[in-house]
Design a protein around this ligand. Structure first.
Ligand SMILES: [Zn+2]
Length: 148
């Protein structure tokens, strides 16, 4: 886990399917998925928030909780979706970072998303370990949903 991979919105890019697909180079293993190197490393307009937020665009806030509008409607919207489908919450992450610091957050995330089989990181978008469960990923009908 690394600080550079925690996005301003509180998303941990390390557990995102786009990052994991890139990290494990799943295309070379016959799985077609979009690659992403992480929100901050990419430094582009985040599909969800950055391109619509002047403060994020200009780099005036590092994390969304620094904003006077926090949690804004867009953040609340994506947070709701992630709570419902992807078993995590940006706002919960941001609150934890605000109260406990980034290092404790990174430690907690490491434990939370660790694959019990191989120790790699599990994807929050589908619950699959891109290291030891590639077959499951390859045969998955809905790539961006958990099975249970
Ligand atoms: Zn694994």
């Amino acid at each position: 886990m690394s600080e550079e991979l925690i996005a301003p919105c509180g998303m941990n890019c390390r557990i995102c399917s786009g990052y994991l697909a890139f990290q494990h180079d799943v295309k070379s293993k016959g799985i077609r998925m979009p690659y992403c190197i992480g929100c901050r490393p990419r430094d582009k307009k985040c599909a969800f928030l950055k391109k619509r937020c002047a403060l994020l665009l200009s780099g005036k806030v590092k994390y969304c909780y620094e904003c006077s509008d926090y949690p804004c409607e867009r953040l609340s919207h994506i947070d709701k979706r992630y709570r419902r489908y992807f078993r995590m919450s940006m706002i919960e992450n941001l609150e934890f970072i605000k109260n406990n610091g980034i290092n404790q957050f990174l430690e907690k995330e490491e434990k939370r998303w660790k694959c019990p089989e191989c120790g790699a990181i599990i994807c929050c978008h589908n619950g699959i370990c891109f290291s030891c469960e590639l077959e499951k990923l390859r045969n998955k009908k809905k790539l961006y949903r958990w099975e249970d």
